[in-house]
Design a binder for this molecule. Structure first.
Ligand SMILES: [Zn+2]
Length: 258
């Protein structure tokens, strides 16, 4: 299993050659041996990000959605329409955390995608949807992806969740956080199990409260920082992460053999 960052930028970032933090998991199909690609989030930069890797929509064999911000779902209309109209309605497998299934369509995609050539459609006209329970996971190409529910926004008594994943790689556990606040009670059990941590990190001077801030992550023990790559990065004000004991900031196109 290989994980490649199409981009490692934040929703706001406009760094040349970098894109939103969407990733590709690649693995051989056990049946045919051909390389299959699972797109982890499908944001509004994704068509440009894939193009920079020499890939197009047709390279995507499945998609996972972590949460409903536009830098993570804003490319689904592009992906769904291209497959629907250019490949005669071929549906892409989609793994979506169960609480997101309804709002993904009703609140995000329906306005632009509902009316099709036969009349009103829905999400299942574009995607072969598997709803994943938040205390469970899904299996793709023989690998188990456990969902990691984390708090992304906390305000006025309301929570917005984002669902990272944890998988067992050849060299140990891998935690991909997705967008998340620095809430140790939820993160620590996964940190403890992970040999490799791919961590959402914000470096803005004024924290948004939606992401783990670099200053928060500096409070972690040295041993944890030494297993941690930082991503979802901002354009400016990035401290020297390696000097501070992290593995570094993920670069666009950077791959990890899991
Ligand atoms: Zn987000």
């Amino acid at each position: 299993m290989r994980l490649t960052f199409i981009g490692s930028g934040s929703a706001f970032a406009t760094m040349p050659g970098n894109f939103h933090s969407n990733m590709l998991f690649e693995a051989p199909d056990p049946a045919s041996g051909e390389t299959r690609r699972l797109l982890f989030d499908c944001g509004s930069d994704v068509r440009w990000g894939l193009a920079a890797m020499g890939l197009d929509y047709s390279a995507i064999d499945a998609v996972y959605i972590s949460h409903l911000h536009n830098d993570h779902i804003g490319g689904l209309e592009w992906l769904g329409f291209k497959r629907y109209f250019l490949e005669q309605g071929a549906r892409i497998p989609m793994f979506v955390p169960e609480p997101l299934r309804r709002p993904l369509w009703e609140n995000c995609l329906k306005g632009g995608m509902e009316l099709l050539d036969f009349g009103p459609g829905d999400l299942s006209n574009f995607f072969d949807v598997t709803e994943v329970a938040t205390d469970d996971g899904f299996t793709w190409m023989g690998t188990r992806f456990s969902l990691v529910p984390l708090v992304h926004l906390r305000a006025g008594g309301y929570l917005m969740w984002s669902y990272g994943v944890f998988l067992e790689g050849a060299a140990g556990g891998v935690l991909l956080t997705s967008d998340c606040r620095f809430e140790r009670d939820r993160l620590d059990p996964w940190y403890e199990r992970a040999a490799l941590i791919l961590q959402d990190c914000e470096t803005l001077p004024r924290p948004t409260g939606a992401h783990a801030h670099y200053r928060d992550l500096l409070t972690l023990p040295t041993g944890l920082r030494g297993r941690m790559w930082l991503y979802h990065i901002n354009c400016q004000d990035r401290p020297d992460a390696v000097a501070d004991g992290f593995l570094g900031y993920v670069a666009p196109g950077q791959s990890f053999d899991l």
